[in-house]
Write a protein that binds this ligand. Sequence first.
Ligand SMILES: Nc1nc2c(ncn2[C@@H]2O[C@H](COP(=O)(O)OP(=O)(O)O)[C@@H](O)[C@H]2O)c(=O)[nH]1
Ligand SMILES: [Mg+2]
Length: 316
Amino acid sequence: MFEKVKQIFQSDKEKNLYETGLAKTRESFVNSLNKLAKKHPKIDEQYFEELENILISADIGVETVLKFMEKLSQRVKQERIINSEDLKEIIVDELFVLYVEGESLTDKINYQESLTVLLFIGVNGSGKTTTIAKMAQRLKSEGKRVMLIAGDTFRAGAVEQLCEWGRRLEIEVMHGLNQDPASVIYEGLEKAKENYDVVLIDTAGRLQKKTNLMAELDKINRVIGKLVPNAPHETLLVIDATTGQNGISQAKSFNEVTKITGIILTKLDGTAKGGIVIAIKDVTKIPVKFIGLGEKLEDLQTFDIEKYIYGLFKEW
Ligand SMILES: Nc1nc2c(ncn2[C@@H]2O[C@H](COP(=O)(O)OP(=O)(O)O)[C@@H](O)[C@H]2O)c(=O)[nH]1
Ligand SMILES: [Mg+2]
């Protein structure tokens, strides 16, 4: 069923990454679906009930699954489908439709002709700093002049981690331990305006007190907007896919605090519940722009729903 889809990959390397990064999810998902089809060769109430459970346990999310099941049972009735084997293609098709619903397929980063400013937010440990390093390396290899700003200023380890990446990748890092994040960002952007193309800003991941976070992000946004009109050009929320439904509630909370333009889902390689990609878009209406499929620099990939669906079902 994936003959056409295989052509969407730009290289074997990219195809491999999607295949291996989603292996855990695929194995458990496809395995359960195959067992289900064997147990219920004919579609009946029980088949639907068990399918619903499988989708929920892949972290597709209850709300999303219910919507999906509704669509599926409609199609089964309309198209008079009797055998569960014949439902495969429709399941894949409807998952795709669910993600894409009313929106364009490409979720590109909004790069500017002049200086582009990207702000990264998300709770501690979600993968912000590593993701910034991965993106910085990619941008540098494309010939862009990149600067990093360490906006997570109150933890020495956090500043040091970003500086270490800067040294390794030979990319400039603006930092100032224990300084106000907004002032470090101010200094960085002033310098970046002279001769840089892209600035990636790391931030602290506090979400304990929403009002504090909101105030801090407001201040950061004001400083950025003052120095670079219309910036930040993207506010990217980084979420650890292994946290499952908790990741979805994080997305909801951050979305209430500031305007998010894209989600980056890290550690998809470490979970069997990669269905979160679909749920998070459905619940928040924010596109997933990148996914992390491993710890190496090249393991950050631009997210593409077709490639993802292929990675999820390739052996089915
Ligand atoms: N397996 C895997 N690990 C990742 C991925 N992205 C980040 N990590 C790891 O997650 C840990 C926390 O990342 P870090 O960037 O420090 O998170 P931060 O606190 O949000 O800045 C590090 O050990 C990273 O190597 C990914 O896509 N896959
Ligand atoms: Mg960090």
